[in-house]
Ligand binder design. Structure first.
Ligand code: ARG
Length: 393
């Protein structure tokens, strides 16, 4: 009997997959859950759900540090955002796939299975990595059998798979954010109910007092908050907690999926918004105008690669090289004020600042203003010719 490693979350899709892989594909199933910073119960649940369905070997793989260091920190340096979404799910998928491939090799499995449907992005992201790192066969039972959600529920009930009763929404959570989809949220005119949110306070419930934070960056990544040094994992968690408490980081967008479907997505990404906003403001101070402009282009391409599941494309590595080089001077301190779902940069400083207060100051005399006379006179030459020629009246 062939062995298959199933990327397992313990939700409806993957629970149904366990039984389908046995009954319809006649395979020996090993389940694995990769910890990328989802809630503790989501790490523990898969093992107990798998156990409830049958006697399966189950692995839990802790990839949090790697996720923070090798994925999120790169995304910060790249200012990665896709249509207003900080790419939390998209960034984690390649790492999850890499870990599952490692597991498949260790177990000598012939196949890897995932619970993605045929409508989403994750099928691309998982399979792109799995196929480029292994020769395992890829099985996606829900997609291959073209199952709807209610068919899945019927099947689950027929084989005694316990249904997660309290879960109305489809939620994907990791260190960099929480995505909430499905149910009434599929109607783009319906406001997400307060109970859909878990990481962020509403502005009404956020503290009345504002809070000022100082985030220190070195080489483009955050290293301390209010003077306290922290590792990648700790600092991301802390930013999620503080910004979430102040109600920062809720996103409600219509997003363009890889296959062209538009979907309504709700995200809570408080830490990502805090860090990305602060990072960008430090870049404004330390990068030249032309570097900033080019960084926008890099960021857009980088974000598309991540969204489209092309993490392993050499272009992503090439861009990381340029980005790392550009981030050498993105070090310094950014002061941010958080209050009732609002976030404002109120201060910044850097040893590499290109902002020169003494020169820009109205009080400065060292830069002789008269030297500008000729430059200003011949500025906008072409527009001047055009207007004189064509706008006579
Ligand atoms: N639309 C996002 C993406 O493709 C997030 C998907 C989250 N999945 C979920 N089941 N809520 O990256």
């Amino acid at each position: 009997m062939d062995k298959v490693i199933l990327a397992f979350s313990g939700g409806l899709d993957t629970s149904v997959c366990i039984k389908l892989l046995e009954e319809k594909y006649n395979m020996e199933v090993v389940t694995a859950c990769v910890d990328v910073g989802q809630a503790q119960e989501e790490i523990e649940r898969p093992a107990s759900v798998a156990n409830g369905i049958g006697n399966y070997k189950h692995y839990t793989i802790d990839a949090k540090e790697e996720f923070a260091q090798d994925f999120i920190f790169r995304a910060i340096k790249a200012n990665a955002l896709y249509e207003g979404y900080p790419l939390s799910t998209a960034l984690a998928r390649p790492l999850i796939a890499m870990k599952i491939v490692e597991m498949a090799k260790k177990e000598g499995a012939q196949a890897i299975a995932h619970g993605c449907t045929g409508k989403g992005n994750d099928q691309f992201r998982f399979e792109a990595i799995i196929r480029s790192l292994s020769d395992c066969k890829v099985i996606a039972p829900i997609r291959e059998l073209n199952l709807t959600r209610s068919e899945e529920i019927d099947y689950a009930q027929s084989c005694g798979i316990p249904l997660p009763s309290d879960k109305i929404y489809s939620i994907d959570e990791n260190l960099w954010g929480r995505a909430i989809e499905g149910d009434i949220l599929e109607d783009p005119m319906i406001e997400p109910p307060e109970k859909a949110f878990n990481w962020t306070k509403s502005s009404a419930d956020a503290p009345d007092e504002s809070q000022i934070l100082e985030i220190e960056f070195a080489l483009g990544v955050p290293i301390s908050i209010d003077g306290k040094k922290m590792g990648p994992l700790e600092i991301i968690k802390k930013c999620n907690q503080i910004a979430g408490m102040h109600g920062v980081g809720r996103v409600d967008v219509i997003e363009d999926r890889i296959i062209g479907l538009k979907s309504r997505e709700i995200y809570e990404t408080p830490g990502a918004f805090l860090i990305l906003t602060a990072h960008k403001s430090l870049e404004q101070m330390t990068l030249t105008r032309s570097e900033l402009k080019f960084a926008e282009t890099i960021s857009e391409t980088y974000s598309e690669l991540v969204y489209n599941g092309m993490w392993h494309d050499p272009l992503r590595e090439d861009l990381d090289q340029i980005i790392d080089h550009m981030q050498r001077r993105v070090s310094g301190i950014v002061r941010v004020k958080l209050h009732k779902s609002g976030m404002r940069i109120i201060g910044r400083k850097s040893p590499y600042s290109l902002y020169k207060q003494d020169v820009v100051s109205f009080e400065d005399k060292a830069m002789d203003q008269r030297e500008m006379i000729g430059m200003v006179k011949h500025y906008a030459l072409q527009a001047g010719f055009y207007n004189k020629m064509c706008k006579k009246d």
